[in-house]
Design a protein around this ligand. Structure first.
Ligand code: AQP
Length: 343
């Protein structure tokens, strides 16, 4: 008997991604994810959700959660997502995600989840106190993606391992339920200089919402003064900028600021270095601050404007959820039939 390659998925291309409403969005979320959403919506059918079910894997105040969801939706709209083009919705308003996640919990293997580095990082030293949801988070993520049969997932580099797991779950489901090519094996879209934005205080740590130091990140809602001050205070070294990208090896903070500049300017690290080689951070940081303010300033102003009309955001999210279910419900119905469930 010869091993045959699995039948490839032949359905339409679709884009899906989401962000958790678990704190203020930052430049890493913007460059790693949001900026891509606005571009991709014009290329493929695009589903962008607010991941409130993921957010409660760590405690969220129920009185604040809906507002946090609105905040992320405002960020989506302010960074260019158009509800007339993309489908924008809260995860918890589409119950098909959670229902498919249960089935996937029975497809995924414990050994696969045991390898997930994000769980190890987020659960810290006391993993026995972490929620079970935090552990099975990547399984829900697989359901988020596959319930739309999404083929492309724009995310930051930190999500690559979870995407690999999604592909494993899709492949095993197709095999175990004798449904060749039923689910696609989705591709992560992580390319670009903003794929892994690092902390402004530590070039070895990812810029993150949960970093206790607000100076470690530029928040989407920061005003011009805050952005300029955080860049001024960003950790660097005393060397001038080198001529080539190799010259940044071993200089993680310098590399990070150059990568941020390149991502914001829509250029490459090589192009940035061609412009600034030989200059110190005293000259480079003000230029970076001006660039960051020119891009982030209008976004934060638009977020503030949108948040002043929560009714409009709610209407967009409610309509988006109805539209999302039109795609998610038929997938789940097919899955239940394949699994042999009632109804
Ligand atoms: N530093 C980063 N650089 C590039 N991309 C990043 N992303 C997050 N941090 C960076 C990308 O942003 C998207 C949304 O992330 P999320 O909010 O769903 O979860 P996260 O990855 O856990 O984000 P944080 O800020 O790191 O939150 P905490 O501190 O709560 O863990 C994803 O596409 C992610 O890759």
């Amino acid at each position: 008997m010869t091993d045959q390659a699995p039948t490839p998925y032949a359905g339409p291309k679709r884009v899906l991604s989401g962000v958790q409403p678990s704190g203020d969005l930052h430049l890493g979320n913007y460059l790693g994810a949001l900026v891509k959403f606005a571009r991709l919506q014009h290329e493929q059918p695009t589903f962008i959700f607010v991941a409130d079910q993921h957010a409660i894997t760590v405690w969220q105040d129920p009185k604040k959660l809906k507002d946090q969801v609105r905040e992320i939706a405002a960020a989506y709209l302010a960074t260019g997502l158009d509800p007339a083009v993309a489908t924008i919705f809260p995860q918890s308003a589409v119950p098909e995600h959670a229902e498919l996640a249960w089935i996937f919990n029975c497809v995924a293997r414990l050994g696969w989840l045991d390898r997930m580095t994000q769980f190890k990082e987020k659960s810290g030293k006391h993993k026995e106190r972490a929620s079970v949801g935090l552990y099975t988070y990547p399984v829900l993520q697989a359901a988020d993606i596959l319930v739309y049969k999404a083929t492309h997932v724009p995310v930051g580099e930190d999500q690559k391992q979870h995407l690999e797991l999604t592909r494993d779950i899709a492949g095993k489901f197709n095999h175990d339920y004798d449904a060749p090519g039923f689910f696609p094996l989705p591709d992560p879209l992580t390319q670009g200089p903003g794929a892994r934005v690092m902390s402004l205080r530590d070039g070895a740590a990812k810029m993150s919402k949960s970093d206790p130091s607000d100076n470690s990140r530029i928040n989407l809602i920061d005003d011009a003064d805050a952005i300029a001050q955080k860049i001024r205070k960003a950790k660097t070294d005393a060397e001038p900028l080198p001529e080539t990208a190799e010259g940044l090896d071993g200089r993680p903070e310098a590399k990070n600021l150059v990568a941020i500049y390149a991502a914001l300017a829509g250029s490459t690290e090589a192009e940035v270095l061609a412009e600034f080689a030989g200059q110190g951070f005293g000259a480079f940081k003000p230029k970076l601050a001006d660039l960051a303010v020119s891009i982030m300033g209008p976004i934060s102003a638009e977020m503030r404007r949108l948040k002043s009309d929560p009714g409009e955001i709610d209407r967009i999210l409610t309509k988006g959820a109805e539209k999302a279910r039109e795609t998610a419900a038929p997938t789940l119905a097919e899955v239940k039939k394949l699994v042999g469930f009632w109804g």
